[in-house]
Design a protein around this ligand. Structure first.
Ligand SMILES: *Cc1c(COP(=O)(O)O)cnc(C)c1O
Length: 415
């Protein structure tokens, strides 16, 4: 049974938190509890300073010399290795480039080529939609290929995996509910059937320990603007296990993936290793912001991040259920901490209006159609007193019926 703590007990949790000092790295507005770092991580002081010097020194003064002098050209691979450390990938297997959607396209195509004669891609019916849209795109360019969906073609993903399957595209953490998959077990199941796995780490990179190499994952992709705090539209990453480098082909064979980009040869000859998974010129200022954001992770123990994440989300679920039970909220996330990512979802039929009222009161989460209130808890800058305060505000919004005011029903383009 959850014992409802009082505010004094919650403050003690904060003073005992070994990650507490990290919140001073971030530039968060006063009076805001930011529970949406799973959608867009906040700015940090060092990112803002680095962006300024990248623009003024490297671009304005260095001009084109900075491709070499400031290491711009190799940022995708050097930052890839920084992310590799956070997701359990040995160096040389991860590149930062393009978007998650584009990298899913490359990864699925690579898997289809690595498994000729297998026309099927398996995915989750409740996947983040872009994953499915891109999978549809890949299927449309491979004769006779098709998509099988968990929740549509069979209740569980495991049942869909057989000798027709080339790739299993799967989210490590579900974007809506936060349900966490067992990467090792599902990868083994795919391999037993001869299929490859493509892991989407958008909601686990920077949120919990990930062990790509240890789990023998084949390919993976993920965002850097969520828990990694790289900034709006920061480029994504792609991981390809070393053992596939020689054979893997990606379809967007642009010059950055060429073995000798500055030889300006007439036809494509892929670079060795993960470099081949690049395509063309990257958004360098975004990469420079990401570099500073990743420096914050140096020396951060992902096991401590995980422990704190579970404690924060347990506290949030416990307080919401203890204090808001009269108002029709239903937990959509797994109740056991070890089966959840770092986010909590509650369903309510007026979730949209409630979230708008919460944001008006300074507690920022987000709404996911049709009826989910989603709250992300980044252990780097969220404390236990923030959780307490967020639940107080939620209780007040529900008890007073503030959310029923007409202005909170106005639908914005981005939710
Ligand atoms: C956020 C997210 C994306 C975003 O893809 P973009 O190409 O960056 O727009 C993709 N997949 C999942 C699971 C996500 O959570």
């Amino acid at each position: 049974m959850f014992q409802v703590p009082d505010l004094a007990a919650v403050n003690v949790m904060d003073s005992a938190d070994p990650l507490r000092a990290l919140r001073h790295e971030f530039s968060l507005p006063e009076g805001i509890v930011y529970l949406d770092g799973n959608s867009l991580g906040p700015a940090s002081h060092s990112v803002l300073a680095d962006l300024e010097s990248a623009a003024r020194k490297e671009w304005a003064e260095g001009l084109i010399r900075s491709w070499n002098g400031a290491g711009w050209f190799t940022l995708p691979l050097t930052l890839g290795d920084c992310i590799g450390r956070l997701v359990g990938a040995a160096p040389g297997q991860t590149a930062v480039c393009d978007t998650t959607s584009i990298n899913i396209y490359k990864a699925l195509h690579a898997a289809m080529v690595l498994r000729p004669g297998r026309p099927v891609i398996v995915a989750e019916g409740d996947s983040f939609p872009t994953d499915l849209y891109v999978a549809e795109g890949v299927v449309s360019t491979h004769n006779g290929a098709s998509l099988r969906l968990e929740g549509v073609d069979a209740p569980t993903i495991e049942e869909l995996i057989d000798d027709q399957v080339a790739a299993v595209l799967v989210n490590h953490v579900n974007y809506r509910t936060g349900a966490l998959r067992d990467m090792t077990a599902l990868t083994r199941r795919a391999h037993e059937a001869g299929a490859l796995t493509v892991w989407d780490l958008c909601h686990s990179a920077g949120a919990l320990p990930v062990e790509l190499d240890k789990a023998e994952a084949d390919l993976a992709v993920g965002c850097t603007y969520k828990y990694l705090n790289g900034g709006p539209g920061a480029p994504a990453f792609i991981y390809v296990a070393q053992r596939h480098h020689a054979q893997a082909q990606q379809p967007l064979s642009g010059w950055w993936g060429h073995a000798r980009p500055f030889a300006f040869e007439q036809s494509f000859s892929g670079a060795e290793g993960i470099a081949k998974f690049q395509c063309g010129t990257q958004p360098i200022l975004s990469l420079r912001a990401l570099k500073a954001a990743l420096d914050i992770w140096d020396g951060v123990d992902m096991e401590l991040v995980r422990q704190k994440s579970i404690a924060l989300t347990d506290l949030f679920i416990g307080l919401v259920e203890a204090r808001c039970s009269a108002f029709g909220l239903t937990l959509e996330s797994p109740r056991e901490g070890h089966r959840r990512g770092s986010q909590v979802a509650f369903a309510h039929q007026n979730a949209y209006e409630i979230m708008q009222a919460l944001i008006f009161c300074g507690v920022i989460g987000d709404f996911r159609a049709p009826s989910t209130l989603r709250f992300g808890f980044s252990p780097l800058y969220i404390g236990f007193a923030d959780v307490w305060h967020a639940v107080e505000v939620l209780e007040e919004v529900l008890r007073t019926g503030l959310w029923k005011e007409a202005r909170f029903a106005h639908r914005t383009m981005v939710t």
